[in-house]
Design a protein around this ligand. Structure first.
Ligand code: FES
Length: 118
């Protein structure tokens, strides 16, 4: 089985990966040197932004910092997920929890329960 490129520590980048891609990969690896235990995918497109997605994302980042979890939980902004009517859309992985049709307070409650912890 191949070596996990994103495993802890400096990982080998296969020679077959082109130079530009290697630089991008090294940048990502230096920003996130370990595999996050959770990833939150947050729709960053227009309708979800207008429905409070940007502010919720910022609040999540602030709470992760306050809890010291910024290296364990990664928030990734995505393009539109074609669920605009149900936004703002957030997906918590690996639990595969999709947040939609929820108020900011409900989203933050799930975030606290599933990500930050008690
Ligand atoms: S704008 Fe967020 S799902 Fe389309």
């Amino acid at each position: 089985m191949g070596k996990n490129l994103f495993s802890k520590g400096k990982a080998a980048i296969p020679a077959s990966v082109r130079t530009k891609e290697k630089r991008a990969l090294r940048h990502t690896m230096s920003k996130y040197p370990t595999n996050p235990r959770q990833v939150i995918y947050a729709c960053g497109s227009g309708k979800c932004q207008k429905r409070g997605g940007k502010e919720i994302r910022k609040t999540m980042r602030d709470q992760l910092k306050m809890a010291g979890l910024q290296d364990e939980v990664e928030i990734i902004k995505t393009d539109c997920t074609d669920r605009c009517k149900h936004g703002p859309i957030f997906s918590i992985q690996p639990q595969n929890i999709w947040l939609h049709d929820m108020s900011e307070a409900q989203i933050m409650q799930v975030f606290r329960e599933q990500v930050v912890g008690p």
